[in-house]
Design a protein around this ligand. Structure first.
Ligand code: M6R
Length: 613
């Protein structure tokens, strides 16, 4: 939610910042803006719409050369996405420029205070007040870092603030609370960004900032303090992927690239975690064996697609470990007074590791005495940093707003955890967990096989492009797959789509079925006890005029006469089927959005990393 970039060093700041914004645009694309420090002045440009609008303006009216700059791509919270509300925001005398990610919750009080002092606010944003507060604070503080520390102490809510001052040509200062910020450490230059993708082509050395910290960047130094000026030691780490991983690599869309990367992402997530005998080992699971043995309830918290992976995990966890498992939308969790004990393990699933709803849910769980295990794709992000243990997925950077490879790897990580628990605790079905672990090890290849079916899926999309609505049905682990298929279609093709548990159909949703309505049905393997029941569900919707698109295992001919289209899935155990069944649904929604002419990688109103509640 909003992308932030800062640079100080010998390169052209403008070029570095624009390059960084291009890589961070997936975080927000309502407007973009830049400020550079040049000869005792701040020069700033900002434009509503995508970064390309700003770039067009910059090429017709270039900005000055500078060694110091900041830039922002916005996902609007306070105020419409127009030129005025775009960041940076400047102090009245134009000497201070501020960019911001997050929400300043006490903004109304501070705005009224500023107005009573005669300050004229130009925008509707919560950000602009920071520029004015800093301007006033500079009259009493020794320097910009000190002024920012003082102002940060007055703010409530979530913020990453990055600031430059006209009189400080080689200085960028930032403050962080509950919103991502990472430093890129270069040789004689330094970078700041919401995400390492912004500076990965310049340096792989990164420093993740903690909560309530201020960082002072000069070309030579990175100095971190708390909001009171006390020095803080930081941990530098090396980013494991390179710039090419965050490029389209010959694909037209990031989403297409990321769909194609799924076999590798799954293989990488499994790498070194299952041995030849099917025994699971988990690096990073630093929970005491006594604690693991004491767990009597698991609660999964997550949002969106990650929530669907949690729903799938519940089936595996309860089946293999016999530990009761609840799955809850993170945004609802802490508001219903959930029962949490030291013997409750909360699993927070998040691709970005920054989703505010999930972060607040896990913080609440820890306050109540529960331990938290993070399943996360972003090394060093806030959710794993604040968790008791972490299982990293190794999907690599996911840039498209629609989550694909992160989803499959989240399922894999959850399954690894369930198997690990089944194998390490007594009294559970260890042999079955071992057998399925060996099956899991073959899934990367099976996902590769499904990718061969995409041509057929695209043809189906062409046929259905004018549909008004699409339904998705599944049972057991096929139900979350159905929900995920519907979510993808909504977010990418802006269509009405719903996922249902197929058994629930007769309790209401079947009334939606009318002539020609496309209904996708995820059929479990013929050996599964639900197979025949869902075949009956297919007949029920078809009898009422639905056009059925059936995802069924290869060789399963029982559905042939009831399917208008069949998408074949490789054979695998029922619990693992989501890993193959989701892929055609991803391709379908991507193709539908493309056919409708929509921006697949950056769908309207959305942002990749949702850092506000
Ligand atoms: O980064 P997270 O996994 O915590 O994100 C959670 C959701 O915002 C995310 O999965 C969202 O639903 C995706 N856009 C769906 O494709």
């Amino acid at each position: 939610m909003c992308g932030i970039v800062g640079y100080v060093g010998p390169r052209q700041a403008l070029e570095v910042v624009v390059d960084g914004l291009r890589r961070l645009e997936y975080r927000g694309y309502d407007s973009a803006g830049i400020a550079v420090v040049n000869q005792g002045k701040i020069e700033s440009r900002k434009k509503a719409g995508k970064l390309a609008n700003l770039e067009d303006e910059l090429s017709s009216e270039p900005m000055s050369m500078s060694s110091t700059g900041i830039g922002h791509t916005r996902w609007a919270t306070h105020g419409a996405p127009n030129d005025v509300n775009a960041h940076p925001h400047l102090s009245e005398d134009g000497s201070i420029a501020v960019i911001h990610n997050g929400i300043i919750e006490n903004f109304a009080t501070l705005r009224d205070e500023l107005r009573s002092q005669g300050v004229e606010l130009l925008s509707q944003t919560d950000t602009e007040i920071v520029a004015h507060l800093l301007s006033a604070q500079m009259k009493v503080s020794e320097n910009l870092p000190d002024a920012l520390r003082q102002v940060a102490q007055r703010l409530t809510g979530a913020f990453t603030l990055v600031v430059v001052h006209a009189d400080s040509p080689d200085l960028v200062v930032a403050a962080r609370r509950n919103s991502p910020l990472v430093v890129g450490r270069g040789d004689g230059e330094n970078f700041l960004a919401s995400d390492v993708a912004a500076f990965i082509s310049f340096t792989r050395n990164a420093i993740e900032l903690g909560q309530d910290q201020v960082v002072v960047l000069t070309p030579q130094d990175v100095l971190v303090t708390d909001f009171f000026g006390n020095h803080v030691d930081v941990l530098e780490y090396e980013v494991t992927w390179d710039a090419a991983a965050a490029e389209k690599g010959g694909f037209d869309l990031f989403m297409l690239k990321e769909i194609a990367e799924q076999p590798k992402a799954v293989a990488d997530t499994l790498l070194g975690r299952i041995d030849d005998s099917g025994t699971v080992t988990l690096d990073g699971l630093e929970l005491e064996p006594e604690y693991l043995a004491s767990i009597d309830k698991i609660v999964i918290v997550a949002c969106g697609t990650a929530y669907h992976s949690g729903m799938i995990a519940k089936y595996a966890i309860e089946h293999w470990t016999r530990i009761a498992c609840e799955v809850e939308l993170a945004s609802e969790f802490r508001y219903r007074d959930p029962i949490l004990r030291p013997s409750t393990l909360v699993i927070a699933i998040s691709q970005s590791g920054e989703t505010m709803d999930t972060l607040m849910a896990m913080r609440y769980a820890r306050e109540q005495g529960a331990k938290v295990l993070a399943i996360c794709n972003s090394n060093g992000s806030t959710i794993p940093r604040e968790s008791d243990a972490v299982i990293y997925t190794h999907a690599g950077p996911e840039i498209a707003v629609a989550s694909t490879k992160a989803f499959l790897t989240q399922i894999v990580a959850c399954y690894l955890f369930a198997m690990f628990m089944a194998q390490s605790r007594g009294g559970v079905d260890k042999a079955a967990a071992r057998e399925i672990a060996l099956e899991l090890a073959t899934m990367a290849h099976k996902i590769d096989l499904v990718l061969d079916t995409v041509v057929g899926v695209r043809e189906i999309a062409k046929e259905l492009v004018d549909a008004n609505s699409v339904l998705f049905l599944g049972r057991s682990v096929g139900f979350p797959v159905a929900l995920e298929g519907a979510l993808k279609l909504k977010e990418l093709a802006y269509m009405h789509a719903e996922g249902f548990a197929a058994g629930e159909l007769k309790h209401g949703p079947i009334a939606l079925i009318e002539d020609g309505l496309p209904v996708f049905v995820v059929v479990p393997p013929p050996t599964d006890e639900l197979h025949d029941k869902i075949v009956s569900n297919i007949q029920e919707v078809r009898a009422r005029g639905a056009k059925t698109i059936v995802l069924a295992e290869e060789g399963d001919s029982s559905i042939d006469e009831f399917a208008d289209h069949i998408i074949r899935l490789p054979k695998c155990p029922a619990l693992l089927q989501p890993l193959v069944a989701t892929v055609p649904l991803q391709v379908f929604s991507c193709e539908m959005a493309t056919l409708k002419g929509f921006d697949v990688d950056q769908p309207r109103n959305l942002a990749k990393s949702v850092t506000v509640e």
